[in-house]
Design a protein around this ligand. Structure first.
Ligand SMILES: [Zn+2]
Length: 412
């Protein structure tokens, strides 16, 4: 995902809770039927059959709703179109294949009086099954909004089984909302993502307005704990149990990333016409030596995912993203009169400029540099920075609770 991508189609990942086991079995069978349709389509196409004939034959033979068959055949023929000699689509894979469906034809979602989302899926003609959609609150929120507003369109969905669990992946598109052009911004929020915190600096043409550092020390320690658990089970040969742990770790990290990215967007919303500036990581791996700090940041889990989550949530709030050059953001002095960049300027969380002697919280300094580059991207003037306001710090606990920023004002 390109983080400046402002296409407002999102894929929501949700779980299916069937009314009864029989319904779940029917949907599972339809994903196996999908697999046959997919394989047969690829096999016939490889044999040189006319693609229109293949479409007709599949629609006739498959024990699926016609529309669903068409979508699976379409997917298979697209794979044939894209193929090259090294990467021919396979017609011999086994196991379920996602059942692809159009909204109101193959499946329907609706809000219940209790505020839940009910589904109706047609795994076979004339035999719809029912249940409730559950899952990640952030994705459910978007889905409920989409179902209750004319501005949203519910698109195609896939019913599939991930590690044996039934899931529904739904495409939703916001039809009228447009993300503001970043050139119409007034404030820029520079974001510096680290392995244990996120530093946010709001800047406009008059100067730095505020800096907030959100610490999340528990993410890495939790990940380490999960890693140790997985290793122990691997050694004990308990691979199924290991998957349970991996799944729990995924949910933990996913949940934290949602909360953190939400906090970033909430911070941005406090300022007039904000634009969020994120470092552009394209081509960064391998090409240039960014030093151990950057390498560590790149390999630390939250980095890329955090950026994607921020961009995703910002888009729904119509907030544009500016992607800025990441070079020397952590080593350069943020003061306008200096801007001296040298690796030795930074030691862990301390920034100490070797040229002008300016001292700062190192991640705040980096976030100011990101913010300044963001201003340029938004075609705004970069103010002359002579001094910077205090850094506010908050700590985000595993529960998602944030302690009050005002009680922990720190000077750097
Ligand atoms: Zn300096």
């Amino acid at each position: 995902m390109d983080i400046e991508d402002q296409n407002l189609t999102k894929t929501l990942t949700l779980q299916l809770l069937f009314d009864d086991e029989e319904s779940e079995r029917k949907v599972f069978e339809s994903t196996q039927e999908s697999r046959s349709v997919y394989n047969d389509t690829i096999r016939l196409a490889k044999q040189g059959e006319d693609w229109d004939d293949i479409r007709r034959q599949m629609e006739q033979d498959a024990n699926l709703v016609k529309n669903n068959t068409q979508l699976v055949v379409k997917k298979a023929l697209e794979a044939m179109e894209d193929d090259d000699d090294d990467n021919m689509p396979s017609h011999t894979k086994t196991g379920p294949y996602p059942l692809r469906m159009n909204h109101t034809e193959g499946y329907t979602l609706s809000l219940t009086d209790e505020g839940d989302v009910a589904f109706r899926i047609s795994p076979q003609p004339y035999h719809p099954v029912r249940g409730t959609v559950v899952g990640d609150p952030a994705h459910l929120d978007v889905l409920k909004t989409a179902l209750s507003s004319d501005e949203w369109k519910i698109g195609t969905a896939e019913a599939l089984f991930t590690d044996g669990r039934p899931e529904l992946h739904v495409n939703v598109t916001h039809q009228t909302q447009t993300v503001r052009d970043k050139a119409d911004s007034e404030t820029v929020i520079g974001v510096d993502v680290n392995e244990d915190n996120i530093a946010l600096t709001a800047i406009d043409e008059t100067g730095v307005l505020d800096t907030l550092v959100i610490d999340f020390p528990e993410i890495n320690s939790e990940r380490h704990r999960y890693f140790t658990m997985r290793k122990r089970m691997q050694n004990a040969g308990k691979s199924s149990y290991k998957n349970v742990v991996r799944d729990r770790e995924y949910r933990f990290v996913h949940d934290r990333l949602h909360k953190l990215s939400r906090a970033v967007v909430e911070f941005a919303k406090r300022f007039p016409d904000p634009c969020i500036a994120l470092e552009d990581l394209k081509d960064m791996r391998g090409s240039i030596d960014y030093g151990t700090r950057m390498n560590r940041r790149l390999h630390a889990m939250p980095f890329r995912a955090t950026q994607v989550f921020i961009a995703y949530k910002a888009a729904f709030e119509a907030i544009p993203i500016a992607s800025v050059d990441a070079e020397y953001t952590s080593q350069g002095c943020a003061l306008t009169a200096c801007e001296h960049a040298e690796r030795a300027n930074r030691r862990r969380k301390r920034f100490n400029c070797k040229s002008c002697g300016h001292q700062d919280h190192a991640d705040r300094n980096a976030s100011v540099n990101v913010a300044k580059r963001g201003l340029e991207k938004c075609l705004l003037d970069v103010p002359a920075l002579k001094n910077l306001p205090q850094v506010r710090k908050v700590r985000r606990w595993a529960s998602g609770r944030v302690n009050r920023p005002t009680s922990s004002l720190v000077t750097v």
